[in-house]
Design a protein around this ligand. Structure first.
Ligand code: CO8
Length: 239
């Protein structure tokens, strides 16, 4: 699987690496990237050899500076965009990935860039990271899940602070608020993500995937139903 215009894909042993690859535009998310990511994730989803996925951004300056603002101005109408989304819902696909997803974040992580990272299960960032959700200031709502995914990570107060003010967060602030799991020097970012990915990949894949599912799905259930889900998923593991 290769030859994508906006995304690099590699697999080292059991770890899949997906790199956003438009460094000249700070890896801004455009229609081509949506299509490339859709194809790559659809393939990884059913690849038993890919036990963990690491997402990162090419170039020195950014994981992703948000939606491609140049393209946005020439984009099809909102009605067309909704129709496309109905058949190629990348965000739903992200959310349905059975494998653990790790985001390795550096530089600017803005708008859709944060939203991509919020679909990941673990976020590791380098000390130069800058987070921000400028959408409300641009006159739109974040439409790739942030109004729903962010509060599930940060809680109400931190999410509303970020969403409504659009202020930028440093890595230290993001760590203190719980937006990232770990903050590391820039030259240790990929090494740290890879190490974590390899460790998770060394565990029994069904146990890992069921644990992820229990936590992710359980978050949205009342406790009694969450406990039932947990026991159902635990009993599926064959030893
Ligand atoms: N889209 C397209 N190109 C971009 C983007 C982007 N989001 N961000 C940066 N680039 C391009 C620049 O145009 C520039 O290209 P060129 O060299 O050809 O001029 C190149 O990347 C390098 O960028 P800068 O020279 O601007 O780099 P700086 O270090 O000076 O600044 C910043 C970095 C602060 C990240 C700055 O580039 C910036 O503010 N970018 C825009 C960030 C942003 O607002 N993103 C949108 C977030 S909102 C979102 O994702 C949801 C949808 C938004 C729809 C909006 C409708 C109005």
């Amino acid at each position: 699987m290769n030859g994508f215009e906006t995304v690099l894909y590699e697999k080292h042993q059991s770890v899949a690496h997906v790199t956003l690859n438009r460094p000249q535009a700070l890896n801004a998310y455009n229609v081509q990237m949506r299509d490339d990511l859709y194809e790559v994730l659809s393939a990884i989803r059913v690849d038993d050899e890919a036990r963990v996925v690491v997402f990162s951004g090419a170039g020195e300056k950014a994981f992703c500076a948000g939606a491609d603002l140049r393209e946005f101005l020439t984009a099809p109408s909102a009605v067309k965009a909704r129709k496309i989304r109905a058949v190629r819902d990348l965000w739903k696909l992200f959310f349905s990935m059975p494998q653990p997803l790790i985001a390795a974040l550096h530089g600017y992580v803005l708008g859709s860039g944060i939203e991509i990272s919020l679909f990941c299960d673990i976020r590791i960032a380098s000390e130069d990271v800058v987070f921000g959700l400028p959408e409300v200031g641009l006159g739109i709502l974040p439409a790739a899940g942030a109004t729903q995914t962010l509060p599930r990570v940060l809680g109400l107060a931190g999410s509303l602070d970020m969403l409504l003010t659009g202020r930028r967060l440093t890595g230290q602030e993001a760590l203190a608020m719980g937006l990232v799991n770990k903050l590391v020097p820039r030259d240790k970012l990929m090494e740290t993500a890879e190490e974590m990915a390899k460790k998770i990949a060394s565990y029994h894949p069904a146990v890992v995937q069921n644990a992820k599912q229990a936590v992710r799905r359980g978050m949205d259930l009342p406790l009694d139903q969450g406990l039932e889900l947990e026991s159902r998923l635990a009993s599926q593991i064959k030893r």
